[in-house]
Design a protein around this ligand. Structure first.
Ligand SMILES: NC(=O)c1ccc[n+]([C@@H]2O[C@H](COP(=O)([O-])OP(=O)(O)OC[C@H]3O[C@@H](n4cnc5c(N)ncnc54)[C@H](O)[C@@H]3O)[C@@H](O)[C@H]2O)c1
Ligand SMILES: N[C@H](CO)Cc1c[nH]c[nH+]1
Ligand SMILES: [Zn+2]
Length: 429
């Protein structure tokens, strides 16, 4: 990992750039995939799946037999783990549901807001290099709590045309059966435009690699909503002299192993800790099955030293990481200084993997600096909030004059008349 000591503020802008994200250069190739799927539907999906996933598909949809068979293929241990994770994710997301009060803004004028689930949603479950069945829990559980009526799921299949059995088991466990064996930009296009096989949805959710993220960015300019840019995973860890180097190395590697376009950042007040963490990384890396992926990520990653923890947090706010770990004593005392981060982990024992799987928070989070202006997925992401109002005769009399005056000042006399006509009737009663 590249190491920088005490970089002055003027250098931060360069340091916070994600070096492997080729946002602009993908515009053309991903637009071409989207256009082809729009024009040729399933036929285009089959040809891109053959090109990128090296499999010739006849049926794009997972059938009931494949779905049912999954349960026999999954161990009891995995089923129990899913149960634990799902229970915590449900508890945390259920707590986000509130009925809002009816507010009487003026006598006789009542206003309120109601959350209504988006009727048709599309969930993308990554599966290019690892079958992220945990992402299915993270997306489907809030969608169900929000009351979304139709849930469509897309995920890549393997070269034999099979979707990973644990992904299918998790879908079945959650009662989802509209599943397509489609990955990448072609999956996003299918859900955005609809094809002969894939239903069109109103909003697309889910993380993915750069191709998936670019496709989501492009389709959102064409009428379909998306959750946020949730691209290649990142973690930024802040630690001091006292922190455990083995823990830090393990957490850095946990995100480095996601894929070659990820980035991990270690920020510290201790030169000694930089040495210890490097040593621990080299030791732990050798044991990892995905060490080649992780190594490439580490080559594009950073270690930065600052004089104070306050500067470390200021740098983290400028970087706006997807995940921030404050691996320091009394981490809770620094919480108010954090303003840009997708999800924050406090103290030595709050490892990032906890949030990835089972603590209950959502792991679908903004990357590439978008934690500056986006939140992670929650129940809110799956609802529209509709406002309602009801005015009594008295209510209209109370605010009618203000409306008339404002409408006239905006030169919108029909607006004014909608009030005047009623007030006139009321004055004759
Ligand atoms: N931000 C988050 O919340 C979050 C959560 C989980 C995972 N992730 C990220 O999701 C990503 C998963 O990536 P993945 O690749 O394993 O799976 P993926 O499912 O995102 O992408 C796989 C698909 O990419 C397509 N593809 C491959 N090469 C291509 C090319 N050259 N051009 C166009 N399309 C191509 C293929 O069709 C394939 O099906 C990782 O980067 C991981 O870090 C992010
Ligand atoms: N760390 C990922 C979010 O960036 C989520 C994940 C799923 N499985 C393992 N990790
Ligand atoms: Zn992860």
């Amino acid at each position: 990992m590249k190491t920088i000591y005490q970089p002055p503020f003027q250098e931060w802008e360069q340091l916070i750039k994600r070096p492997t994200i080729k946002t602009e250069s993908l515009n053309e190739s991903i637009s071409m995939i989207l256009n082809q799927v729009k024009l040729r539907g399933d036929e285009a999906i089959r040809s891109f799946t053959s090109l990128f996933d090296e499999v010739q598909l006849t049926d794009l949809q997972v059938n009931q037999e494949e779905l049912k068979a999954s349960s026999k293929l999954v161990s009891q241990e995995i089923k129990q783990a899913i149960e634990v994770a799902a229970s915590n994710i449900k508890k945390f997301h259920q707590s986000q549901v509130h009925t809002e009060e009816v507010i009487e803004t003026t006598d006789g004028v009542n206003c309120w807001r109601k959350s209504v689930g988006i009727e048709r949603v599309g969930l993308y479950i990554p599966g290019g290099t690892a079958p992220l069945f945990s992402t299915l829990l993270m997306l489907a559980i809030p969608a169900q709590i929000a009351g979304c009526k139709q849930i469509v799921l897309c995920t890549p299949c393997n070269k034999q045309g099979k979707v990973n059995e644990v992904v299918l088991y998790a879908a079945q466990y959650l009662g989802i059966d509209t599943i397509f064996k489609i990955g990448g930009a072609q999956a996003i296009a299918a859900m955005a435009y609809g094809t002969e096989s894939v239903p069109q949805v109103y909003k697309i959710f889910g993380p993915g690699n750069q191709y998936v993220t670019k496709a989501k960015e492009l389709v959102q300019t064409q009428g379909v909503a998306i959750d946020m840019p949730a691209g290649p995973s990142e973690v930024l860890i802040i630690a001091d002299e006292q922190s455990d180097a083995e823990f830090i190395a393990a957490d850095l590697l946990s995100q480095a192993e996601h894929g070659i376009d990820s980035q991990v950042v270690f920020v510290t007040t201790s030169t000694k800790k930089i040495e210890e963490v490097n040593e621990a990384i080299n030791k732990q890396l050798e044991e990892l099955p995905r060490k080649e992926l992780a190594k490439q990520t580490l080559n594009n990653s950073l270690m930065v030293e600052f004089a104070t923890l306050k500067e470390c947090i200021a740098f983290s706010n400028a970087y706006a990481p997807e995940h921030l770990i404050l691996n320091i004593d009394h981490a809770e005392q620094y919480v108010d200084l954090v303003v840009n981060a997708g999800s924050v982990f406090l103290g030595a024992y709050s490892c990032e993997s906890a949030g990835d799987y089972a603590s209950g928070t959502n792991h679908t989070l903004p990357t590439n600096g978008y934690a500056k202006n986006y939140s992670g997925v929650s129940v809110d992401s799956f609802v529209k909030k509709i406002t309602f109002q009801q005015l009594t005769k008295q209510g209209l009399q109370n605010i009618g004059k203000a409306i008339e005056v404002m409408a006239e000042a905006e030169q919108l006399i029909a607006h004014k008349n909608a009030v005047s006509i009623r007030l006139k009737k009321l004055s004759n009663e």
